[in-house]
Design a protein around this ligand. Structure first.
Ligand code: NAP
Length: 309
């Protein structure tokens, strides 16, 4: 059997329970032994209130998976790396771009693996889309990433605080796919941001990107959408239109559905983390976060109605 890596989970909230706990349980390479959360416990684990308590009490622990909110990611990751643990970061990998570059340096210094994970890149249609687009001439890209904030983020005040990203919390998933599948690097030219007058972060954003061939790459992110999510990337090429929909679960090329297999984003993430640890590597791609930072740098802000939960 493959080597088992002992792992602890930190920040036991929505995504930890929905995805991380089942994905770790299904992966024979990991042995989940401990949890750290101020207000939650996981049955069958040794539970602590903070990552620092967990690190002090678990010297044998080899890895941690950080699933708390992005505003506390840096301190948790730094303490874990300094304690000699391999670290997996939920997306976004940090509240600022530069703090994550520091974490990557710390990981190198301590000889540990750092995985800045982007779960949407593990949606089943993404790699097939990337391969198909590699040799294509891209004419334009249109991204629609729209959902109902009340359905997906009920009572999550952190998304409206600085570092919480607002609409870019889901929008960064689209950016993580775009930066993976598009063969040329693209950059932001202009953006419109709609910010509720009682909040710090945008509820909607329109982004106007291009590349060194002047290709139009446009994205509309919106949290004021109806009950049916619209998570779609359409790439018009010289050989027809490629459409990824349902967040990357479905792929159509020139109108024909492509069989991309079942959805397994989080199992895929833990397979990658295992591979990184056992091969002594890190995977830290900051491009999705850099595009969000650029949108917040360049965006033209419009105040809109207050958001009341
Ligand atoms: P959440 O349930 O609101 O928060 C996760 C946990 O973070 C909380 O239960 C809390 O645990 C901990 N936490 C919050 N503030 C903290 C603080 N100041 N110090 C230490 N711990 C703190 O959020 P979530 O939806 O799971 O999202 C967490 C991360 O996963 C985000 O970066 C998000 O973008 C990403 N994500 C979410 C989803 C989703 O569908 N929700 C999907 C993919 C990725 P304690 O209070 O017990 O400490």
């Amino acid at each position: 059997m493959a080597k088992q890596i002992s792992i602890g989970i930190v920040g036991v909230g929505k995504i930890a329970r929905d995805q991380h706990l089942p994905a770790i349980a299904a992966n024979e390479g990991f042995d989940l032994v401990a949890g750290a959360s101020r207000n939650a416990q996981v049955d069958g684990l040794r539970n602590y209130k903070t990552v620092q308590e967990m690190l002090a009490a678990e010297p044998e622990l080899e890895a941690v998976s950080l699933c708390a909110t992005p505003q506390v990611r840096f301190e948790q990751a730094r303490d874990a790396l300094v304690a000699g643990k391999h670290v997996m970061l939920e997306k976004p990998p940090g509240a600022s771009v530069v703090e994550v570059t520091l974490l990557a340096e710390l990981a190198k210094e301590h000889g540990r693996s750092l995985f800045a994970s982007w779960h949407s890149r593990y949606a089943p249609g993404v790699e097939t889309a990337r391969t198909w687009l590699t040799a294509r001439v891209i004419k334009s890209v249109q991204v629609l990433w729209k959902e109902d904030v009340r359905k997906w983020h009920p009572n999550q005040d952190w998304i409206w605080q600085p570092g919480g990203l607002g609409i870019f919390d889901p929008g960064i998933n689209a950016l993580s796919i775009m930066t993976r599948i598009l063969p040329r690097a693209f950059f932001l030219k202009s953006a419109e941001l709609w910010v509720p007058s009682n909040r710090q972060t945008p509820i909607a954003a329109n982004l106007n990107f291009t590349d060194d061939h002047d290709t139009p790459v446009r994205a509309e992110f919106d949290w004021r959408h109806g009950p049916e999510e619209l998570w779609q990337i359409e790439v018009t090429t010289g050989d027809g239109v490629l459409r990824l929909s349902q967040g990357g679960k479905q792929l159509h090329i020139d109108g024909a559905a492509v069989d991309v297999g079942p959805e397994r984003e989080y199992p895929g993430l833990y397979e990658r983390f295992y591979e990184l640890i056992t091969s002594g590597q890190s995977d830290v791609d900051l491009r999705p976060l850099e595009h969000v930072a650029d949108a917040l740098l360049l965006g033209h802000r419009h105040a809109v109605d207050p958001f009341v939960e």
